[in-house]
Design a protein around this ligand. Sequence first.
Ligand code: GDP
Length: 297
Amino acid sequence: DKIKKGLQKTSDAVSRSLDAVFAGFVTIDDDLLEELEEALILSDVGAANAAKIVMEVERRAQRQNVTSALELRYVLKDTLLDMMLDNQPLDVSGKPAVVLVIGVNGVGKTTSIGKLAARYVGEGKKVMLAAADTFRAAAADQLEIWAKRAGADIVRHGEGADPAAVVFDSISAAKARGSDVIIIDTAGRLHNKANLMNELAKIDRVIARELPDASRETLLVLDATTGQNAVHQAEEFNKVAALTGIVLTKLDGTAKGGIVIAISAGLGVPVKLVGVGEGLDDLVDFDRSAFLEAVLP
Ligand code: GDP
């Protein structure tokens, strides 16, 4: 339901434009397929993905002897369902579980960490936040506000401190307090890739040494309203970190929800969580069927 509400703008715009395509034709022909491809591109699916989707839709329509334009919407829905990765909730089964969060400034990283912390606290878990984005003092200040709001513990050092040292201390504190989940906020400076890689590798080594059996997630936070720019960030971060999932924020703020498909089908990293508002409970598990219901009801 939250996904549906968060996708209202997308639902209005994308389903209207797709319906217009299907209603504008009687039988399936090249013009229809071309208009379908354009509608998909306009929804931020990405040009290459749109071409791939339309080719697959055409192939399936032929194989299934579908000739009516209106029926093609069901072929499209099935195609998209198959191209998107399965729903994959976060794995926080270990005790403690470690969730490493990366992403550039402004995408909604801190907010998402706060929401995630609130979710686990609400489930009766003890949550430890690690302010390992030591590049800006304001980042740790923000995280501390969210820690208070969510009822989570936090470990922070001064500006410019070694992020791996913050992680080390947060693990020690989590062990001492019996925390269930450690969520690590890291700095995302894409323009300095070598530094970023070194920093992440160092953090990785600390976690592997201190918590060899912990379940691990490495999440990249992306802003859905930035369209192809978000896809580009995903591609770049995917080269420097072993991503286990994507958090796609501000889905409520875009009419171009096709970005979900661009990432899930195009990148091959599952969208695990979506942000659908600014409230504490506005971060939900991604569900591809709910998504497709909103886009192609
Ligand atoms: P950070 O710099 O990546 O840590 O970004 P912040 O967490 O500070 O978020 C930047 C802005 O995006 C804030 O105003 C948040 O309230 C807003 N924001 C984050 N997630 C969402 C979301 O899912 N929906 C909406 N509408 N706003 C969001």
